[in-house]
Design a protein. Structure first.
Length: 291
């Protein structure tokens, strides 16, 4: 049984996950269009990416190991990508996704599925769903589960820490279902605003009240954050609007996996004059500088 996907990545059929990844990275660097300007390098790069997408996924790899190039209508993978990927990588991705999703994507090739390399209309139907979801600010920072209702079904999705408005999440198998094949759900994220916090890049800013006494003479103040209650030592002569940094209590950067900082902004609360002792008021009127 021919299995040309392994030839595409220049590895043996018994290659481990680490060997598959290593081979992919080597070839991807070699044929990346920004690096390799040779004719055909871009098509080769797309072919390498498609092969890795299949062999790096345990379920897809298991299907391919069982049926080999029979999944491509008897063509080797290079010829298959040339015949179906000419219109663009996204079209090829969609074809491969339909073939491998749900384990039933090629439903008995030879019997109306692939038969000589052609695709049925059912396999060309887009079963994916696009929808919008609004998540709480705290979940966007800390991550966690969030319940959504799509296509008449309610289920929980896992939100990664640090997600921002405008990002998209893919939920496998939660699209439309047809012929035993399930599409995917693509959710566009909107993060609800917070009355307490502002996000500045990966940093968070929160205002906290500082009594006049603490601002003048210094004091430890308890502050509730998204994660826990902390004690902040406010120094003497703290000014209104002064910021204090708490390291690595901001938002997670999803690319670098490094958290930003939390900046606590002092809001000095002045007491009402009528609530003060009369002698203190008189003394302040006499002693406080007027400029």
């Amino acid at each position: 049984m021919s299995k040309s996907l392994y030839e595409t990545l220049e590895i043996s059929e018994g290659a481990s996950e680490a060997e598959i990844k290593k081979a992919y990275r080597k070839l991807a660097r070699q044929y990346h269009p920004d690096v390799n300007k040779d004719k055909g390098a871009e098509d080769k790069f797309k072919e390498i990416n498609a092969a890795y997408e299949i062999l790096s996924d345990k379920e897809k790899k298991a299907q391919y190991d069982q049926f080999g190039d029979g999944m491509f209508g008897g063509q080797n993978f290079h010829d298959f990508t040339r015949s179906h990927g000419g219109a663009g990588a996204s079209d090829l991705d969609e074809i491969l996704r339909q073939m491998f999703s749900g384990g039933g994507g090629f439903g008995g090739f030879g019997g109306g599925g692939f038969g000589g390399g052609g695709f049925s209309r059912q396999q060309q139907v887009n079963l994916d769903i696009e929808s919008n979801v609004t998540i709480p600010f705290s979940v966007s920072i800390l991550g966690g589960s969030h319940s959504v209702s799509v296509n008449g079904e309610r289920f929980d999705i896992k939100i990664p820490a640090g997600v921002k408005s405008g990002e998209k999440m893919r939920v496998k198998g939660k699209g439309h279902v047809q012929g035993g094949v399930a599409g995917d759900l693509f959710l566009k994220i909107t993060v609800a605003s917070s009355p307490e916090y502002e996000r500045e890049g990966d940093d968070l800013v929160k205002s906290f009240d500082v009594p006049l006494y603490a601002a003048l003479f210094g004091e430890k103040i308890s502050i509730k954050t998204l994660e826990k209650e902390i004690k902040l030592k406010v120094p003497q002569n703290t000014k209104n609007g002064q910021r204090f940094r708490v390291k690595e209590m901001g938002a997670m950067n999803r690319k670098t996996k490094v958290r930003g900082d939390l900046y606590l902004k002092a809001n000095i609360v002045l007491p009402k004059v009528e609530d003060l002792d009369e002698k203190l008021v008189a003394m302040m009127q006499e002693k406080l500088p007027k400029e």
